[in-house]
Design a protein around this ligand. Structure first.
Ligand SMILES: [Zn+2]
Length: 492
């Protein structure tokens, strides 16, 4: 691909041409979960965005090394474990397993490395010692603090002013309110590891600097995470890594995804009781629904969440799958241009659009990964397919005319994972999951359809129609096709 791939860099606040440090290779580090609870639909946005992003970089021909960590040592984990009377590492292990279950069910690729804090202590100790040796960190009462005033660039990513941070409370031996912990001296009831400064555990930020360095080297091409991590987490990562490496650049492109916003104006939070876990969402909706929901807006934009979010995403997704199914069912052979000329403007339009689409999809994704624009192009294609398929002769002869359109659907599946599930399988999964949500069984529907068939045989059209209406009220749409009677769950 000749055109450059361009990416918004939070550090420069502009869209830049993306050029990896080593030609052909991309090192990507993404901050993962703090594992003390199930993954919810808010967390899942970053998971799906970066999964899709990795797929696209690979589709574009780059060899991507993808690292996403697990924070398995943290205040929240320790508190939860103490509440439950459980060992904190055992508790986080349970939630790592649960996360893998959710991630697999969402159809996410496993990262190449998934380092955990509890298994990275050596790297963390080495980097902390380096920071002390270079005069960027100091020891106080068994804890180690990063001295923010020793790093002149502090605040560049987030725009925070060090002067204002300095006025914060400076407890526990901190010299300045702006300083942050690299190593925390042990407290009762907390897990601890031996260190040159006494037993304790890592502060939160140091883990990502240490893990990124050990897997990807001193300089990372792209560092990703949610917008809520810019400060203090990512600001502190830069300070630790650049000071620990003698000023070498830590991250070349900072990529942050926007957050979910509740349509009610609330935040999503456990204490507010408005959290939907991925596990629950996937019991009611196919995984592709979540992928489309997250990709419909630009990754940097806020994304509204409400009760209607997944039903609407499923309805949108079904329009794409149904158009794909319609196109797959068209037969015939021959020269596409000639057939299209004979069949008229709707045929010529779908042929032209199908051929243009690869370039348009790449152009959208190459410009700061604009999945929203790419989806808009796919919906335009779906409408063109439907218009064309309504033509009388399309069924028998239209196959060659929609072949480029079908290739465009395959391209988007390879480039983003969207529509990667085969059409039939998706439509069946919709039935299974939506029927359960509607409280209707397949047996009930089959019985009703048999009743309708008997009425039709007896030429009692009113009775047959009444059954159709009754099913429709229960959100089941009956379709009479040449191959026989089919039914669907109504989605809009
Ligand atoms: Zn991190």
């Amino acid at each position: 691909m000749a055109a450059p791939f361009r990416l918004y860099n939070t550090l420069s606040r502009t869209v830049e041409d993306f050029v990896p440090l080593q030609p052909g290779r991309v090192g990507l580090y993404v901050c993962g979960m703090t594992v003390y609870d199930r993954c919810h639909v808010g967390h899942a946005r970053a998971m799906v965005i970066f999964d899709t992003f990795v797929r696209y970089l690979r589709h574009r021909g780059w060899a991507v090394e993808f690292v996403r960590n697990f924070t398995d040592v943290d205040d929240k984990i320790i508190n939860r474990a103490n509440e439950l009377g459980e060992d904190p590492i055992a508790l986080s292990k349970r939630y790592i397993d649960a996360f893998h279950e959710d991630a697999d069910a969402m159809g996410l690729l496993r990262p190449d490395h998934e380092p955990k804090v509890s298994e990275s202590i050596e790297d963390i100790l080495a980097l902390t010692q380096e920071l002390i040796d270079r005069g960027h960190a100091y020891v106080a009462d068994g804890s180690v603090w990063f001295a923010v005033e020793t790093f002149g660039d502090y605040g560049r990513l987030s725009g925070q002013k060090v002067d204002e941070l300095r006025s914060a409370d400076a407890a526990d031996g901190k010299r300045s309110g702006a300083d942050f912990a690299l190593w925390k001296a042990v407290k009762p009831g907390e897990p601890a590891w031996p260190s040159p400064w006494g037993p304790g555990r890592p502060g939160w930020h140091i883990e990502c600097s240490a893990m990124a360095q050990s897997r990807l080297g001193s300089t990372v091409d792209i560092h990703g995470g949610g917008l809520d991590l810019v400060f203090p987490h990512h600001e502190n990562e830069i300070a630790q890594s650049e000071c620990g490496h003698g000023g070498e650049k830590y991250v070349r492109y900072w990529m942050h995804n926007g957050l979910l916003t509740m349509s009610s104006g609330q935040k999503m939070g456990k204490s507010l009781g408005n959290v939907i876990n991925v596990e629950v969402a996937l019991a009611n909706f196919p995984a592709q629904t979540l992928r489309l929901y997250y990709l419909q807006n630009h990754y940097r934009s806020p994304l509204p969440w409400g009760e209607e979010a997944l039903p609407e995403a499923l309805a949108m997704l079904s329009r794409l799958y149904e158009a794909k199914e319609v196109a797959e069912a068209l037969g015939g052979e021959g020269d596409a241009d000639q057939i299209a000329r004979e069949m008229g403007p709707d045929a010529e339009a779908v042929l032209k659009l199908g051929r243009e689409l690869p370039e348009r999809l790449h152009a959208a994704l190459d410009e700061d990964f604009n999945t929203s624009k790419a989806l808009g192009d796919l919906f335009e294609l779906a409408r063109a397919i439907n218009r064309f398929a309504n033509l009388k002769k399309a069924k028998k002869r239209g196959g060659p005319v929609v072949a480029p359109a079908l290739a465009a659907f395959d391209l988007i599946a390879d480039a983003t994972g969207l529509l990667a599930q085969p059409t039939r399988e998706f439509l069946e999964e919709v039935k299974t999951k939506r029927l359960a949500a509607l409280g209707v069984t397949r047996e009930e529907i089959e019985a009703k359809l048999a009743e309708r068939e008997a009425a039709r045989v007896a030429k009692d059209w009113a009775a047959a129609d009444a059954v159709r209406k009754e099913l429709e009220e229960r959100q089941i749409v009956v379709m009479d096709k040449p191959e026989g009677v089919e039914w669907r769950v109504k989605l809009t």
